[in-house]
Design a protein around this ligand. Structure first.
Ligand code: IPD
Ligand code: CA
Length: 277
């Protein structure tokens, strides 16, 4: 199946799932459980939205694998895997901040960002009806508008980032930030990694970096940023992964990576965050 056809499925499922998430938000949000720490919560809506996405994808693409934040993975038999975050930005969702997203990507290969190749992705912010999409080699779009990153020199760069749920890791990430904040225009922490990557794609941020993201946080957004012209990378040219992701126009990416590598030697030596669940 061509990437455009896969994108049609990703977009339509993400929009439908976003409608359910928004409806549940307007009815009031209930915490179902906490995961890696008390701050790391899952709501009933996260689970319900993932179940809806899973069943719509199973109807459309029964042979494909599924890898989502809230349920068991399934490898499938087609060689394609759907990587799904039903509600990215769960804390924003919990607090009624209208900045959360449904993120759906389809990748060739298994659920490992170090080896997969993303073919198509959709990130939908249902609170403001924004739909970001991309196909591999086909460009990135916000609705019908083609996207292109916006370059900036480091001192004028608006840089997004995020923090882990575990307090110890957050402290280390804040140390890294202390070394960066005086070198750039300013910092943003929006609370939704998939939308941060889309913000780089459309120029609302010049750059974004984070450590500790799960595959579903960045699968679709990374493709959207890359198709808008960002360099999306891990440390030293490795693919983006839980270890590190940086997305920025190429020259800024190189400068930022050098700066962050110097700042974050200690945080890079911390053990990886425990698996979710
Ligand atoms: C989180 C958000 C946040 C990022 C965290 C993620 P969740 O995902 O994307 O922006 O900083 O690292 O875990 O828990 O809201 O799906
Ligand atoms: Ca997420």
């Amino acid at each position: 199946m061509r990437a455009e056809e896969l994108l049609t499925i990703a977009r339509s499922v993400a929009v439908t799932a976003g409608e359910l998430a928004a409806r549940r938000r307007s009815e009031g949000v209930e915490i179902a459980a906490s995961k890696s720490s008390p701050e790391d919560v899952v709501t009933l809506a996260d689970r319900e939205v993932e179940a809806l996405i899973r069943s719509l994808l199973a109807d459309a693409r029964p042979q494909d694998g599924f890898f989502g934040e809230e349920s068991e993975a399934d490898v499938g038999s087609s060689g394609l895997t759907w990587v799904v975050d039903p509600i990215d930005g769960t804390v924003n969702y919990l607090y009624g901040v209208p900045h959360y997203a449904v993120s759906i990507a389809v990748v060739e290969g298994g659920p490992d960002p170090l080896t997969w190749m993303a073919l198509a992705g959709a990130v939908v912010n249902p609170a403001i009806s924004e739909v970001f999409t991309a196909t591999r080699g086909g460009g990135a779009f916000l609705g019908e508008r083609r996207l292109a990153v916006v370059a900036a020199e480091l001192p004028l760069a608006l840089v997004g980032t995020g923090f882990a749920y575990l307090a110890e890791r957050r402290r280390e990430q804040a140390d890294t930030l202390v070394g960066l904040v005086g070198e750039v225009r300013d910092i943003r922490r929006s609370g939704t990694a998939s939308l941060d990557l889309c913000s780089v794609a459309c120029g609302r941020l010049n750059a974004y970096y984070e450590s500790g993201l799960k595959p579903w946080d960045h699968a679709a957004g990374a493709l959207i940023a890359a198709e808008a012209g960002a360099r999306v990378t891990g440390w030293g040219g490795a693919p983006a992964s839980q270890d590190f992701i940086l997305a920025a126009p190429p020259t800024l990416a190189a400068t930022l990576e050098t700066l962050l590598a110097g700042q974050s030697t200690h945080s890079r030596s911390l053990p990886a965050a425990p698996p979710v669940g």
